[in-house]
Ligand binder design. Structure first.
Ligand SMILES: [Mn+2]
Length: 320
């Protein structure tokens, strides 16, 4: 965030993250290929792959959607930050960003043991659609919109997934647990399980303006009537906003393990800037280290299921 400005290439931001994650956080590897989408590229959910290798030059007025996660001692972090490239939100960028932030906040407040993950997905979408309606981008009843699948036009992915040794960790659909839904949006979820204390999941609501999905919605009278097309046109080429946190389910609610600025005026420590003064601090992706007992428990579970055998020392796990 500190080094991004118009004129910088997306891959330069990626390179900065890779260096910082290793040099400061001790993360030799990242959990997945960095997604550094700017402008329209923010609406490509898995941008950054070999065919589209973060190679656009960031422009003034672009939103950046950076999805990057360090991997510490074999454990994955998965964090997305969305921000304006020039440091100042336009009114339209504010509408979309705040809609997604409200959705995230609603989930962090409502999630707790016993709650169904699929209900959290719908809660996030409901809050986001309400905000878009308030901004005159949508019209009509939000529950009717969800019945018509409008939520999946703007967020065509699941709310989040298990996180652990793998970035999309195992155990999403197991015998004896809820099966994958065939409903729009919900069908994309990587789990529909009721939450349990000790689970770690990502919470990653998003709002995108994807041309082909908007075209499809426009051609479908059941969806088209909810969308204020005159205003939506302004958002062609906008890309998208995603806010992704790594969250521990506790006995009473949630603990957000992610330490990145999300709101205006939130504290960005200077030592998070690669050019700034370096002090020893807790890197945001380093939360596993502080949860050694959790890691131990986790490994026992994983081993007893014979899914994977993992030796933490192999990847530099140290008692210090
Ligand atoms: Mn994710």
């Amino acid at each position: 965030m500190w080094m991004v400005k118009p004129g910088v290439a997306e891959f330069q931001a990626e390179a900065e993250f890779l260096h910082y994650a290793y040099a400061t956080g001790g993360c030799r590897h990242v959990s997945y290929t960095c997604i550094c989408g700017s402008g329209e590229n923010g609406s490509i959910l898995h941008y950054g792959h070999a065919g589209a290798p973060n190679n656009k030059v960031i422009k003034d007025g672009d939103m950046c959607l950076f999805d990057m996660g360090g991997n510490y001692a074999g454990y994955a972090a998965d964090i997305t930050c969305s921000f304006p490239a020039n440091g100042k939100f336009t009114e339209d960028q504010k509408i979309v960003y705040n809609a997604v932030l409200d959705a995230r906040d609603a989930v962090l407040q409502a999630a707790k043991p016993g709650v169904l993950w699929s209900d959290m997905h719908l809660l996030a979408n409901r809050v986001m659609l309400e905000a878009l309606k308030k901004a005159d981008l949508l019209q009509g009843d939000v529950e009717d919109m969800i019945r018509a699948g409008v939520h999946a036009v703007f967020q065509p992915h699941g709310l989040g997934h298990f996180l652990g040794l793998d970035v999309h960790d195992v155990g999403g659909y197991l015998p004896g647990h809820p099966e994958r839904s065939s409903e729009p949006g919900l069908s994309k979820l990587r789990t529909a399980r009721p939450l349990k204390a000790g689970m770690v999941l990502t919470v990653e609501p998003g709002c995108y303006f994807i041309d082909w999905l908007l075209q499809k919605a426009k051609a479908d009278p059941a969806q088209a009537k909810f969308i204020n097309w005159a205003n939506i046109e302004r958002f062609r080429g906008f890309g998208g906003v995603r806010i992704e946190d790594d969250v521990l389910i506790t006995e009473t609610g949630t603990e957000n393990l992610t330490e990145v600025p999300r709101t205006k005026g939130s504290r960005v420590r200077r030592n998070q800037c690669p050019d700034g003064k370096r002090r020893q601090h807790r890197p945001p992706w380093n939360f596993w280290l502080e949860r050694r007992s959790f890691i131990h428990k986790f490994q026992v579970i994983v081993r007893s299921n014979k899914i994977i055998h993992h030796t933490p020392n192999r990847s530099g796990y140290s008692k210090n």
